[in-house]
Ligand binder design. Sequence first.
Ligand code: PLP
Length: 394
Amino acid sequence: MAEESQGRIHVTRIGRPDAGVAPPATPPLYQTAAFDVADLDQLEQINESAVGYIYTRDNNPNHEALAGSIAALEGAECGAVFASGMGALAAICLSLATSGDHLVMSASLYGKTLVLGSRLQALGIRVTYFDVTRPQNLSEHITPHTKAVLIETVANPLLEVADIPALAKIAGEVPLIVDSTFTTSELIRPLEHGAAIVMHSASKYLNGHGDVLLGVAVGGSEHIQKIRETASVFGQNANPFECWMTQRGLRTLPLRMKQICETTRVLAGFLSGHSEVKRVWYPLLPDHPSHAVAQRFYPQGTGGILSFELQTDADSGAARVNRFMMAASEIPFSPTLADTRTTFSHPARTSHRHLAAEKKQAVGITDLLVRLSTGLEPAEVLIGELDHALRDSA
Ligand SMILES: Cc1ncc(COP(=O)(O)O)c(C=O)c1O
């Protein structure tokens, strides 16, 4: 903030409260591009020690506070924050692999992460894909050039669950990177199961209010230092305000995850018994292919996502889905997840749009598949809305 008086510019100094001023109850926001440095000695000291702040592309107190909080939640040595989940994933991959190296990715990763894999291939990094539900197949992919294995705890939209300890054992010395966006540290702490780096799209549950884009990576200091340097060069660093917002979101993470898990479990039971629903994909239902792994690692629930296929006799999938979504007017169609509101998405037309039709059909992502992200509404309200929409649109 600057004000002009009598021809001189007075800059209001923030972040340096006068002695005797009580500290703020919530952390201050350091919405600044740069920090004033006292002299060349201080500049040298900050550059040498990497402690302190010069320029927000490299570091900022709001970055540090949030990265530290999430590192503590995950049981990690340290962390870093990025402009989005994709920014985090790109920085992680580019810090570990270069032209001639090899990465292994789960074939069921988030759609844009698979696109990132293709972009990395175009840069000369070989990428191969494996079925995360068959850990033993991973060993066929590991070569002396393999620099990392990338998986998700629970995948979108069919909710395949990864057996992290089994995969970490097979990866051996190769770092296992786990995208824990769907589960968060409330449900699993992948570092305790052998992962080397955990990342999140903090745009989802960590912030939890659908109003932030942010990514985070946590792990050992050697990895995180390299990832931060990469992010600085490629300009992937986070905005301080988004960090401040997410820090606020974290305060309610345990409560939100608890309620969301409970409601999702109830909705899965309700939908699986509904005559207008052909099939429900939720790992804690006995007919889900990952049921045994989910029961072992996620006794509290696998988060707030489930998918279901609508029943139809006559019309095209898209027409049936459109009628259903119009009838469920209280639940918005919003191609994101982890908001406080319950939302629908349509994987075939959003996250998996780029997949060829036969591939979508083969993996079960049909036009009749609807994904639900449970919010904080009471379960009975959601059941009422889903029930009338399923019946009225049949
Ligand atoms: C599992 C997963 N990982 C990564 C991302 C990318 O995160 P962002 O949208 O913050 O870039 C998403 C986004 O939906 C996601 O669902």
